[in-house]
Structures are given as structure tokens and as C-alpha cells.
Ligand binder design. Structure first.
Ligand code: F6R
Length: 607
């Protein structure tokens, strides 16, 4: 995700800001920049690319900066490709800002500002905040900040400079972290403590709706009505490496904990008036009505997200969907026509096989839609339409939050397609959207207590091989559970459609063989329960992942991992969390290199 740092004090700040940004590099970024109060002017230096080759090079070509107050940013593109123009800080001569997060209503605000005479340079949602601050600024920065915050929706952390107040930084946040660091005669802002740990360990946590006003003498916190707030000064005890992982032992664990926010970032901007809008990529209802077939193509977890998509799309839109592994699709001369839609899914946007599949589909003249996380990646550029999953950078090799948002997109697509093709009513669609928006809370519930997953892992740690079973959507999900476990813990595992077991695979079951049964589909539960009994009676150690209100037969279950209940259709989005965490803790217990499993790369750019 993007990173923020800010400094006001007595020292020349450009190098302090750049050093802070270097500390935020681990978060992933594609451009970096700073803005400083230099001789009564707001001076901005920013560049696409790595700090060393972009920002630092540009700074070295400038006269040395003497400013003692400034803000800096590492950007991970969400709205608009990585470019100098889209980099932060963003502003005009009077106001400059850095922004993490997403402004959901930026289109509406932008229209208003255009009608008020503003012209826009970048493709970012951030520019509307900078322009809105300028619009409201009449000599009182706090008033401008208050009025701006009242107009914007979304998740954000924002650092602001006003040219007329050369020693001050203003900061606000909602749902995105921001801290205020306290030094000796100097103050800092930062999106996480890592950026300023070298300078100070003392900091305040800015809370949602609070406004911070900093200068070298200290900070004043106010609520949205201007009442001054007293806040507790905290002391960081982390070392730098732990801080980069936000205090989590591994990036994988951190990224699983980021899932509720990643989900919101992906879904909320695509909901308009309670329905799904794909306006941003140009996919219209007319196009959706005319497609003959939908193909979904990807590799690994991305393909598994597509498999969940197949079940959901077919259930709602009553349209056949073909899911394909990209390396198969590209060589099997698929029965594609220009009347079909091919959805390619990729976190990195650089996976060689997925790229080749996309090229093939483009060549045949089919419409292509890329669901991609990395903005400006090859797949994003080559597809006819693109939608970004906005999950932020995923550093752990193993996909967790990326899978989560890819799957969330499958639901958005299914709702949109089903409504466009008249298979569900607007009212039904609104209700489905409502349920989808409630998912982050349920994921949050799963993350509250980690002991059940740790306990389950302790029962699997010595296994040589295990099976994941399920029916319908549970089968689609068990594929992902099995992949997670094997790739990071190196325990052999397979996923099986529960009803298929007795056609061969059940012969693998012997005394103590672990079987993880995913049982979230109430209408299939009796059938799955029979399969559970079959493996139990042959000696399996059975772990069942199921909703809290599902009644299980005690004698055939060794361990139940409960998740919040909900409608069958949306259960994979919640049930994947325990599967990811069970895999994670099993790998930890086996002392595996969780974030960098052997033989694997984050981005598979070769065939
Ligand atoms: C599994 C995993 C891989 C990726 C696959 C596709 O945890 O990370 O299976 O999902 O290599 O990668 P992308 O999504 O970048 O195309």
C-alpha cells in the first residue's frame, strides 16, 4: 500500500523525508515524491519508479533544498497508472497533499469541481481532495480541512501543506492508519511507525475523524467540531523489521489480517445506488446481454477464484461458464468466438501463461476483461477492459488477500450479469449486494480468535498427506485450502469433490489420515455429512470447517472450526479465512519459510 511521511522542525527535511520513504519501500510502490515549503513556495519533486532511480535522481539534479517542513509519499497505483503526474504529492500552488486509501465518491466531487472551474491533470482520486481543499480554503486551513472531510467518502489518510502556513502540517484519517511522531523540537506524520523509527519512538495514534495540526512546537488534535482533544503519547518497542510487518510475524499473517479492508477497497467503489457498476471499465449491460459464453482463465489461486466464480455465475445468471488453467487454455485451441467474454484473473498482471491466454483471446476477437491487482501491469494494459482489485501489494509469495478480492470480483460480476440478463430482479440484486458488503465484518469475526486455527494446525503438523473435501462451492474452496497448505507447509494434500471419493481416492484413507471437510453449503450438508462418515469410519481424523449454527454429528467429527453463518452463496468468502490460517499455522509449526516457500516465485513471468 501507499506510504506517508511528514516532517516539521528545524532540520532540512528533504533527506529525512526520503529516508522515511525508503523505510516504507517494503510496502510496495511504483512512484515516490516529496513536497516542501521552500522559500515561500510549495516545491514538489516526484517521479515514477524506485526511489533511488526516480525521486533521488531528480532531487540530485535540483539545487539543494533547505526547507524544514514537508510531506512525502510512496504510491501504489489504484486510480490511474504509475506515472510522474499521478504520483503524490498532488496539489497546486496553495495546497499540496499526500493520500493513502480510496475516495469512493471522487467522480461526483470531480464533477462538482469541474463545474466550479477546476481543471484536472491526473487520473487520481487524490486530486479531487487537493482541489476541494483549495476550493474551501479562504485563509483558515482548519476550516478548509473540516469542510473537505465532510464532502469525501471512503478510506483515507491524508497529510496536507498550505503554502500560507509554512511550518505546519495538517493530517486527517478514516480507516487508514496515520500516526503523529513526537521528537525534540520536531514533529512527524507517518502511515506506519517504520518511517520514523530512526528519528523517534514516541507517537500518537490519530483516530478516525480527528484533525492534527503540527508544527515544531508540538501537535494539537481536534475533533471535527474543533474541540481540542487530549491524547495519550505512546512508545514504540518494535525493532525495524517487526515494524515493517506491522508487528505480525510474517507478511502472510499481516495480509490475511488486511483482508477486511482489502475487500472494502475492492467492492465499495463498484457499488452505486445499491447495485453493481462496472462503468469504469466500459462493460455495459448491452454487452453482458449478448455474450454467448463466459471463460475465466488464470493460474493457481487466481484460477481457484475463477472456479468459485463459475459456481456463483451459473447459479445466478444461469449461463455456462468455462474455467480454465491458463497453461491449458493457451494450447487447447479453445472454442472461442468474438461473441464470448474471456475474464483473465491475475494478481501480478505478469503471469506468462495468463498473458498468453489473453493474447490468444484478443487474437480471436473475444472481449477480454482483466481482473488485476498491479496497476499498469502487462495484462492490465493488454486486455480490452480492466478492473483493478485494489488489494495493495501482496508481499508474501502465497496469495491470500489477492485471492479474497479476486473472488469478491467474481461475485460482483455474477450479480451484474444476472441482473443484466434478467435472471434476478433489482431488488434481489440489492439484497445480494447488501450481503456482500457484510462480508468484511464476518472476516473480521474469524480473525478475532486465532486459537482454533492454531489448534487445528497442531493436529496436522505431522501429517504426511491429507485430503480436503467438499461439495459445490465447498469443493471450489477446498481447492484453494489444499493449495495453501501444500505450498507453504510442504505437506502433500489434495482436494476432492466429496461425492467422488468412493471412486478411488478413499483407498488412501488409513488410521489417522487428516481430512478437512469444508461444509458450509446447507443444502448439500446431508450429502457431505455422509462422506464425512465414510472417511471417519475408515480411520480419518476429521476437521470440519462449518458455520456456527450447523449441527454436526459428534461421533464423526474430531474437530470443528466454526465460522459466522450466512447464505450458502457467499460462504466461500468467509470460509477461506480459516483455511488460510490453518495452512499458515501448520507451516509455522513446521518451521517453514512461510513468506518465501521453496521453489516458488511471486510473479511467474516464464512458462
Ligand atoms: C498461490 C499463488 C499462485 C498464484 C498464481 C497466479 O498462493 O500465489 O498460485 O495465484 O501463480 O499468479 P497471478 O495472480 O499473479 O497471476
Amino acid at each position: 500500500m501507499c506510504g506517508i511521511v511528514g516532517y516539521t522542525g528545524r532540520r532540512a527535511c528533504a533527506e529525512i523525508l526520503v529516508e522515511g520513504l525508503r523505510k516504507l519501500e517494503y510496502r510496495g510502490y511504483d512512484s515516490a515524491g516529496i513536497a516542501v515549503q521552500e522559500r515561500q513556495k510549495l516545491k514538489t519533486v516526484k517521479a515514477k519508479g524506485k526511489i533511488r532511480e526516480g525521486l533521488e535522481k531528480k532531487l540530485s539534479e535540483e539545487a539543494p533544498l533547505t526547507a524544514v517542513c514537508g510531506i512525502g509519499h510512496t504510491r501504489w497505483a489504484t486510480h490511474g497508472e504509475p506515472s510522474d503526474i499521478n504520483s503524490h504529492p498532488i496539489g497546486n500552488g496553495r495546497v499540496s497533499i499526500v493520500h493513502n486509501g480510496i475516495i469512493e465518491n471522487y467522480r461526483k466531487v470531480k464533477e462538482f469541481l469541474i463545474s466550479a472551474g477546476y481543471a484536472f491533470e491526473s487520473e487520481t482520486d487524490t486530486e479531487v481532495v487537493a482541489k476541494l481543499l483549495d476550493y474551501y480554503y479562504e485563509g483558515d486551513p482548519l476550516e478548509a480541512v473540516r469542510k473537505t472531510v465532510a464532502e469525501i467518502d471512503g478510506a483515507y489518510a491524508i497529510g496536507i501543506l498550505f503554502r500560507d502556513f509554512p511550518d505546519k502540517i495538517y493530517a486527517v484519517r478514516k480507516e487508514c492508519p496515520l500516526i503523529v511522531g513526537k521528537g525534540d523540537g520536531e514533529m512527524f506524520i507517518a502511515s506506519d511507525i517504520t518511517a520514523i523509527l530512526k528519528e523517534t519512538r514516541e507517537y500518537y495514534l490519530l483516530e478516525d475523524g480527528e484533525i492534527a495540526e503540527l508544527d515544531q512546537s508540538g501537535v494539537i488534535f481536534r475533533d471535527i467540531h474543533s474541540a481540542v482533544l487530549q491524547k495519550e503519547l505512546l512508545t514504540a518497542t518494535w525493532d525495524v523489521e517487526a515494524a515493517e510487518k506491522g508487528g505480525y510475524a510474517h507478511f502472510m499473517l499481516k495480509e490475511i489480517h488486511e483482508e477486511p479492508q482489502a475487500f472494502k477497497n475492492a467492492v465499495s467503489p463498484r457499488i452505486r445506488d445499491g447495485l453493481v457498476s462496472f462503468e469504469e471499465c466500459g462493460l455495459t449491460d448491452e454487452m453482458l446481454k449478448k455474450y454467448k459464453h463466459v471463460y475465466i482463465v488464470g493460474c493457481g489461486s487466481a484460477m481457484h477464484a475463477g472456479t468459485v466464480g463459475k459456481y456463483v455465475i451459473e447459479a445466478l445468471a444461469r449461463m455456462p461458464v468455462v474455467v480454465d488453467i491458463a497453461s491449458e487454455f493457451r494450447y487447447r485451441d479453445p472454442l472461442l468466438s468474438p461473441e464470448d467474454l474471456v475474464i483473465v484473473i491475475s494478481q501480478s498482471g505478469e503471469t506468462a501463461d495468463t498473458k498468453a491466454a489473453l493474447k490468444l483471446a484478443n487474437g480471436i476477437g473475444a472481449d477480454t476483461l482483466a481482473i488485476v491487482n498491479v496497476v499498469g501491469s502487462s495484462i492490465a494494459r493488454e486486455a480490452k477492459m480492466v478492473m483493478y482489485t485494489m488489494a495493495g501489494p501482496e508481499i508474501s509469495v502465497c496469495s491470500t488477500k489477492a485471492y479474497m478480492v479476486q473472488t469478491a470480483f467474481m461475485y460482483l460480476f455474477a450479480f451484474k450479469l444476472a441482473l443484466a440478463r434478467g435472471m434476478i430482479s433489482e431488488e434481489e440484486c440489492r439484497s445480494l449486494v447488501g450481503e456482500l458488503c457484510a462480508v468484511p465484518e464476518k472476516i473480521g469475526e474469524c480473525l478475532k480468535k486465532l486459537e482454533p486455527y492454531q489448534y487445528a494446525a497442531s493436529k496436522l503438523v505431522n501429517a504426511e498427506s491429507l485430503l480436503y473435501i467438499g461439495r459445490g462451492l465447498d469443493y471450489a474452496l477446498s481447492m484453494e485450502g489444499s493449495l495453501k497448505l501444500k505450498e507453504i507447509s510442504y505437506i502433500h494434500s489434495e482436494s476432492y469433490a466429496a461425492g467422488e471419493l468412493k471412486h478411488g481416492t478413499i483407498s488412501l484413507i488409513e488410521q489417522g489420515t487428516p481430512v478437512i471437510a469444508v461444509a458450509t453449503q446447507t443444502k448439500l450438508f446431508e450429502k457431505t455429512q455422509s462422506n464425512i462418515k465414510e472417511v471417519k469410519s475408515r480411520g480419518a481424523f476429521v476437521v470440519v470447517v462449518c458455520p456456527e449454527d450447523m449441527s454436526l454429528e459428534q461421533e464423526s467429527t474430531d474437530l470443528a472450526v466454526r465460522i459466522p453463518s450466512g447464505s450458502d452463496l457467499l460462504m466461500p468468502l468467509v470460509a477461506v479465512v480459516p483455511l488460510q490460517l490453518i495452512a499458515y499455522y501448520t507451516a509455522v509449526l513446521r518451521d517453514c519459510d512461510v513468506d518465501k516457500p521453496r521453489n516458488l516465485a511471486k510473479s511467474v513471468t516464464v512458462e
